[in-house]
Ligand binder design. Structure first.
Ligand code: AMP
Length: 413
């Protein structure tokens, strides 16, 4: 199938061709006609499948005929809600690319940065708004954003949105838009919570599923290193010196771990930077830009900070800490070997993480390749180290809430 078959008009086709897209991806093929038919749709697709264009292109097409309203007369007709700032910025970049040859105006608003310039842009009038939930509600409260004319509402990465505690904000945003709007829900996974949300806000939705949650790219070589916890940094340095080359993302579970590893790598003269939830928006964006431009080649990240970020030409993913949720492993390694390229995923497993490996392998239906030949092997009989926590349960486990409700709580990611 070609983009022409999807009944997109010439200005959009031209921008798509200039972006270097030859043919639509599967999720685009399935989703675009449904959106153009004004259906509500639940799409289960991960980053890397081309899901952004799957909603952006038909939205632009639907709005194209009304693109010439004078700037002041412009109203927000499409609203895209994204859980993270980085993802919101990326979606806006895509819209801007695809709308190059139209008069449609797009902007993005997110927290953690000055609100005034965002107000100025909004006052000038936009057709398409991309926003994180907290800042959007802030701007609405201040009467800067009017959602009365929203015709299409997109909830991107809905599962992450709920994991981050945005459920009430999302419901509120939905209620602030008109009743008749079209709702598109995109989610990497569709757990019960997402299904419940979909039932309350979507109207007889169509469903598109392009890959199961457990699918991992065939082009990713998945290697497993058993290593004592205390030797993980040495193993990482050893592999960076001898084995791992190119653009690398290293995942750690906590922001503390991210910072510690970053210091070590910088002390060893590696070009590294990091992103995690405690860094300012500017610092996070700065790190990403440096990574994309090649000023640095190692990015250290927590899962939440890195979710949804699209980075071309990633050569390797290092799971310095294994994720406790097996789907997170799939998300992480899905960042390498995009678009038919090859990639390698290195996973470090200490004694206390052995259970995680089992659940990951069950999910992906694949055994990782165990690499024994390295200087820091784990004693096969090593007992897991049990950390005694002072309290049962963590007061931080709920994750990030909206900007408005954050109240300076310390977060671990
Ligand atoms: P996404 O899943 O939206 O994050 O997209 C992943 C990457 O695929 C982005 O870099 C897009 O620019 C790219 N992309 C999207 N659609 C296509 C297409 N039809 N052909 C080639 N690349 C695409």
């Amino acid at each position: 199938m070609s983009f022409k078959d999807l009944k997109l008009n010439r200005p959009i086709l031209r921008a798509v061709a200039e972006a270097g897209y030859d043919n639509p991806t599967l999720v685009q093929e399935k989703t675009i006609p449904l959106v153009l038919n004004k259906k509500d749709v639940i799409v289960s697709a991960q980053t890397g499948t081309g899901k952004t264009a799957a909603f952006a292109l038909p939205i632009l097409q639907l709005l194209f005929d009304r693109q010439d309203a004078s700037k002041k007369g412009k109203t927000i007709k499409a609203l895209i809600v994204s859980p993270t700032r980085e993802l919101a910025i990326q979606i806006e970049e895509n819209f801007t690319t695809y709308s190059t040859y139209t008069n449609l105006r797009t902007t993005v608003v997110y927290g953690g940065t000055s609100i005034e310039p965002q107000k100025d842009t909004l006052k000038k009038g936009v057709d398409i708004l991309i926003a994180t939930p907290g800042r959007l509600l802030d701007l609405h409260k201040q009467d800067i954003v009017n959602l009365d004319y929203v015709e299409t509402l997109v909830l991107d990465e809905a599962d992450l949105m709920l994991d981050m505690g945005f459920i009430d904000d999302v419901k509120k945003i939905e209620r602030l838009c008109t009743r008749e709007k079209q709702v598109l829900l995109f989610s990497a996974t569709i757990p019960y919570k997402v299904e419940q949300l979909a039932q309350t806000i979507l109207n007889t939705p169509e469903r598109v599923q392009v890959a199961t949650n457990s699918s991992t790219s065939k082009n990713v070589n998945q290697l497993l290193y058993y290593v004592p916890k205390k030797n993980k940094i040495e193993l990482c340095l050893h592999l960076l010196r001898n084995t791992i080359k190119g653009n690398i993302i290293i995942f750690r579970r906590t922001k503390f771990g991210v910072e510690k590893l970053e210091k070590t790598l910088l002390n060893n003269n590696y070009k590294a930077d990091s992103i995690h939830g405690d860094k300012s928006q500017t610092a996070r964006q700065d790190a990403l830009t440096k990574f994309k431009k090649g000023t640095i080649n190692i990015l250290i990240a927590t899962d939440v900070a890195a979710r949804g970020i699209d980075i071309d030409s990633l050569d390797a993913v290092v799971n310095f800490d294994l994720p406790s949720i097996p789907e997170t492993y799939v998300h992480r390694i899905g960042r390498t070997a995009r678009a038919g390229k090859n990639g390698i995923a290195y996973s470090f497993c200490s004694a206390d993480e052995k259970n995680y490996i089992q659940t990951i392998q069950q999910l992906i239906q694949l055994q990782l390749d165990i690499i024994d030949e390295h200087p820091y092997p784990l004693d096969p009989k090593a007992k897991p180290i049990v950390h005694k926590s002072k309290k049962t349960g963590s007061k931080h486990k709920k994750g990030r809430k909206s900007e408005a409700s954050k109240k300076k709580k310390k977060r671990w990611y």
